[in-house]
Design a protein around this ligand. Structure first.
Ligand SMILES: [Fe+2]
Ligand SMILES: [Fe+2]
Length: 345
């Protein structure tokens, strides 16, 4: 009897150890995946770590909150762990996002920044203009004019070169992403693009159609197609996570992670889910993700926001029906937002 009990106990201990080591391996694997994405680029470094720290701090704040609507919400240790894993893998789909899009700083930057080509082109145009004026001067002289008779031509040339210089300056300035580029700038770009010059006997526009389309991006520096590719990382995250047979304790991971860009008003992506489909966990992760992206100081494409600015934006998003207002206020009030400064997972 004792012997059989002992052997059963031994089997139970073995099983417990085995489960423990599998859990450790899974944990390590998740961390490796998370750090692989963070390490891909300085533009995303630390994002996952900070988002996870912020999400967990907010979840702890919910657990500690005795006021409605969170007075009766208590996440168990298993649920907290499930949420932590979801936060660690939420952007795993970014492994497939092209690096030149993740790291894009200007509007024309592709595999290389197209502004260099435009700068060279404007130098060519300048030379072409100078040559044209030289030719006209020559004609004047050939017709027997005195050298002083070319004064009008000098003025015309100076004006043409000054105008070209201003156009070049304007185009270069428009390559920098702006929060919003006004319509009259778009008009001016179109006007510049429609000008032509002649090189090797071929008439060419100042700006190609592709260049014009990119320079006319009015918000930030990402084109419609690039935005689609960028946003695709959530679908990829979901596709990747769907292939993992999560045990019961972690079955919420794909749902929480896959919903981090959804909005309560249904205007998020990729599925356009609405409030009813978005559990607290997803809402917390979404707030942490936005706050981190706003305040991070290592994003090449935008300046970091201060905490106060970021909170103002979060509250605007609540007004627009995008984020959960109770959670945002708790995030601010509880000091959960500080967890991103020195993440300890
Ligand atoms: Fe994301
Ligand atoms: Fe993210």
């Amino acid at each position: 009897m004792v012997e059989s009990l002992a052997s059963q106990a031994a089997v139970a201990i073995d099983n417990a150890r085995l489960i423990r080591s599998l859990e450790d391996m899974f944990e390590a694997f998740v961390r490796v995946m998370a750090s692989a994405i963070d390490e891909r680029s300085p533009a995303t470094r630390g994002h996952i770590e900070r988002v996870t720290a912020l999400t967990m701090a907010l979840a702890e704040a919910v657990n500690a909150c005795d006021e409605p609507p969170f007075a009766h919400v208590r996440f168990s240790d298993d649920e907290l762990n499930e949420l932590r894993i979801a936060a660690l893998v939420h952007d795993v789909g970014k492994v497939t996002t092209p690096l030149h899009i993740i790291e894009k700083r200007t509007k024309l930057e592709g595999v290389r920044d197209g502004i260099d080509v435009i700068r060279e082109r404007f130098a060519t145009i300048k030379e072409a203009k100078r040559n044209e004026f030289l030719r006209r001067r020559l004609e004047l002289l050939q017709r027997g004019a005195a050298p002083g008779d070319g004064a009008a031509l000098d003025e015309e040339e100076a004006a043409a070169l000054a105008e070209l210089g201003q156009q070049r300056y304007f185009v270069v300035a428009c390559n920098q992403p702006a929060e919003f580029m006004p319509d009259d700038h778009v008009q001016r770009l179109k006007e510049i693009a429609s000008r032509t010059y002649v090189a090797d006997g071929v008439e060419k526009p100042y700006l190609t159609e592709d260049e014009l389309a990119l320079l006319c991006i009015q918000r930030g520096n990402i084109s419609g197609e690039e935005l689609r590719i960028m946003r695709d990382h959530v679908s990829v995250t979901m596709r990747l996570l769907d292939q993992i047979p999560f045990p019961n304790k972690l079955k919420g991971v794909p749902r929480y992670a896959g919903g981090h860009h959804e909005k309560l008003n249904g205007k998020g992506y990729p599925l356009g889910l609405t409030a009813d489909d978005l559990p607290l966990q997803t809402r917390m992760l979404a707030i942490a993700d936005v706050y981190e992206a706003l305040t991070a100081d290592d994003r090449s494409y935008k300046r970091p926001r201060t905490h106060d600015e970021a909170v103002r934006i979060l509250r605007f998003m609540v007004q627009d029906g995008e984020l959960d207002g109770d959670l945002v206020e708790l995030f601010v009030r509880s000091g959960a937002w500080k967890a991103g400064n020195n993440p300890q997972l």
